[in-house]
Design a binder for this molecule. Structure first.
Ligand code: ADP
Ligand code: MG
Length: 712
């Protein structure tokens, strides 16, 4: 293995930049692959250009002028006989301006964009350009596709090109194959392609290569990467499963008594989930379970049963929710549900903890936790602060946290580690944002998954309509009529600007406006800047039916449960993401009456916004919506910015490469059954290192803590 600094031109500064891309050794460069290619092999007639693509064009400048707008710019019209395009420079000097004059012939390379209201005018901003002179032969076009590498600040494509060229010369023949022959043999499409072949082709495609052939090489490499990821997460799961946990094996006779007291009976799906979880909890190894169920599918009661089982077994449990509002609601519902239930011996003591609980109240809770007096602790992130120490924490439940990365999950688990007995708590993670299969296998394969795929009976599907903001008056009338008929309404004012203050202001303004227009109704207001007890008071009033219309920001996005609310109006719906809209909408449709959701939007709608609103209007299926959301936003955004602990994939693209997932799962499963074979084990380890070298530093250091022997 040779260090990157052995290459020509690599000094300390470049080494540092390369490290940002996880490139440390020469061989790492081979696996730093272009994510796309530029086609500089042909000159495209201007009439054939399409916005969003890069082209080489050649034409004559037919006019050039400096425009003074918000920003000064130099505009040239370029014509090639088939059409005209505008060439725009924002930064230019006098020499450039003079040289780009009428009559000159230029060759440009750049991305074409449409400009102007009608979107029919095409433009290239700051293209690379060359002025061609009469007495000079036309410069040569590139012979093959130009690779474009993922890069970082201060690292130019040219440098990466030169470095990868050196790496191809030095290291390509030494690349080791870690996939067993049997795996490759069983893959028809690309199994016959060797690693060096595929790598060379992707770095330096032959001039004659077809897209189809290029895709075969790409699949070969993507398969490797996804398989590495699959193996690493499954090994993680297996390793956690080897750790000890307290088996919670209280006699289950209390369960039937509890179910008898519930005002409803569990759906078949809830029953299945409960059975699975109770079986997990009786194991002497930590449960690692992801419970997925669409909004309103009834995950909370399943969680409650799990905590009761922990209690009956003499252990503590913690339930964490992402917002104070939601945590408080869980606390109230659970306490209420338990108040009528005494069959598990004495009643469990349930407490609430959040950042807003301070001073002596907080001290008291901490003491009672450490003493083991509190059985079930419900709260926000505050549950996992350093000072919070449990006497015997055996179960942690995290609600509505689909955005947790592997690293955070491990950190939470570590938090619950009992250092005296070396046991880990059981972990249950609940989410209403269904995780599309592609993401699940790449980011959640360290969890076993259970799906509640059924809503409680008697729910009528929510009717969703999209209505332009200009018809606000009609909507107000409808809201009025609903309230007179005894229904309750959510009026949601989502993010207008990227600022919390402005967002709240929007809600304040709307509330005022609605109060003026509908003076005989009671209007409530919740937003993120209210104090916890103020929020709680408004929510209580709404719950009790004392408020007709609750004007809110997206604080009510997750989990809030008021069954009598059957109409939701969402302002500026065009600005929200699909999953968020679906979450919000899930606040209605919880009771027996028919519910509706009105999406108010401001015209004109962008193409993306139109597509989003259409999707949400036509579907009530969380899985379908999540898949669409993933496709529209890409995995990075979908998983959320907080997902910092997780490097996104290096080369694979979960949307483009979805077709490979079943193959990866199938072959991964086969490999894992053979992992006792030392060659397969060591090659799998090397494969994982190749693709996830130091990028998962956080995960690795936590792993090191949890399993000291697992990753030296
Ligand atoms: P989510 O899965 O979105 O967290 P909740 O647990 O908040 O859903 O449940 C939504 C509502 O459905 C609650 O009012 C809850 O009491 C009710 N519920 C849960 N399970 C059932 C059931 N089996 N039958 C009827 N209502 C149920
Ligand atoms: Mg919930």
């Amino acid at each position: 293995m040779s260090d990157i600094s052995t290459l020509k031109g690599v000094g300390p500064k470049l080494t540092e930049r390369l490290a940002k891309l996880n490139i440390y050794e020469v061989a790492d460069l081979l696996f730093h692959l272009p994510t796309r290619y530029q086609d500089r092999t042909v000159i495209t007639p201007i009439s054939q250009l399409e916005a969003g693509t890069e082209y080489v064009i050649e034409g004559e400048i037919t006019g050039s002028s400096v425009r003074f707008g918000r920003k000064r710019s130099l505009l040239c019209s370029v014509e090639d006989g088939s059409g005209t395009i505008t060439f725009r420079l924002f930064h230019f000097n006098r020499v450039q301006q003079n040289s780009l004059s009428r009559g000159k012939v230029v060759r440009c390379f750049g991305e074409v964009r449409s400009s102007g209201a009608s979107s029919t005018i095409l433009e290239m901003s700051h293209p690379e350009y060359q002025i061609l002179t009469d007495n000079q032969n036309s410069p040569k076009l590139a012979e093959s596709l130009t690779p474009i590498y993922p890069t970082t600040e201060g690292l130019r494509q040219r440098t990466l090109y030169s470095l990868t060229s050196q790496a191809l010369t030095i290291s390509l023949t030494k690349v080791e194959e870690y996939l067993p022959k049997s795996t490759l043999d069983s893959i028809q499409n690309f199994g016959g392609t060797t690693l060096p072949q595929a790598l060379r082709a992707l770095h330096r495609p032959e001039p004659t290569i077809s897209t189809q052939q290029l895709n075969i090489y790409r699949d070969r490499i993507v398969f490797e990467e996804l398989l590495a990821r699959h193996l690493s997460l499954h090994q993680l799961l297996n390793k956690i499963k080897l750790r000890d946990a307290s088996p919670l094996n209280a006699d289950l006779s209390w369960l039937q008594l509890f179910l008898n007291k519930l005002p409803f009976s569990l759906t078949a799906a809830q029953q299945r989930a409960t059975d699975t979880i109770l079986a997990d909890l009786q194991q002497p190894h930590p449960m690692q379970r992801l419970l997925q169920g669409d909004v309103g599918s009834g995950k909370t009661v399943v969680a409650l049963i799990a905590t009761l089982h922990a209690y009956a077994s003499g252990a503590q449990s913690a339930l964490m929710a992402p917002t104070e509002l939601l945590a408080k609601q869980h606390y109230k519902n659970i306490t209420a549900q338990l108040s009528q239930f005494t069959e598990i011996g004495s009643k469990p003591k349930v407490s609430f903890l959040s950042g807003s609980i301070k001073g002596s109240a907080r001290r008291e809770i901490l003491e009672q936790l450490a003493d083991g007096e509190i059985d079930i602790l419900i709260g926000t992130h505050a549950l996992f602060q350093k000072e919070v120490k449990f006497k015997k924490l055996a179960l942690t439940i995290i609600d509505e946290q689909h955005r947790f990365g592997v690293e955070q999950r491990l950190a939470l688990q570590q938090k619950g580690e009992d250092t005296k007995t070396a046991t880990l708590p059981h972990q249950l993670i609940m989410t209403a944002t269904p995780i599309p299969r592609t993401l699940a296998m790449s980011f959640y394969a360290d969890l076993e998954s259970t799906v509640i795929d059924e809503l409680p009976p008697g729910r009528t599907p929510i009717k969703t309509v999209t209505i332009p903001e200009s018809r606000r008056e009609d909507i107000l009338e409808r809201v009025h009529a609903s309230c007179i008929a005894g229904k309750q309404v959510y009026w949601v004012c989502p993010l207008i600007e990227e600022s919390d203050i402005l967002q709240c202001q929007a809600a304040v303004d709307s509330a005022q406006n609605i109060t003026e227009q509908l003076p005989n109704l009671k209007i409530g207001l919740v937003h993120g800047r209210l104090k916890a007890d103020e929020k709680e008071q408004v929510m209580n009033e709404f719950h009790q039916g004392n408020i007709d219309i609750l004007v809110a920001t997206t604080v009510i996005e997750v989990g809030v449960d008021v069954p009598n609310a059957s109409l939701m109006i969402i302002e500026n719906s065009e600005r929200l993401g699909l999953s968020q809209l679906h979450q919000l909408r899930g606040r209605v449709g919880r009771g027996k009456v028919e519910s509706s959701c009105v999406l108010l939007y401001r015209s004109p709608l962008s193409r993306v916004a139109t597509e989003r609103l259409q999707t949400i209007r036509n579907s009530n299926d969380g899985f379908q919506i999540a898949q669409k959301d993933l496709e529209m936003r890409g995995p990075g955004d979908f998983l959320g910015k907080r997902q910092t602990g997780i490097p996104l994939l290096r080369f694979a693209d979960l949307i483009r490469d979805q077709h490979l997932i079943p193959l990866v799962e199938e072959q991964g499963a086969i490999l894992l059954t053979q992992i006792d074979n030392p060659t397969i084990a060591s090659n799998s380890e090397k494969l994982i290192k190749r693709w996830l070298p130091n990028s998962e530093k956080g995960v690795r250091s936590l792993l090191l803590h949890l399993y000291p022997s697992s990753c030296e």
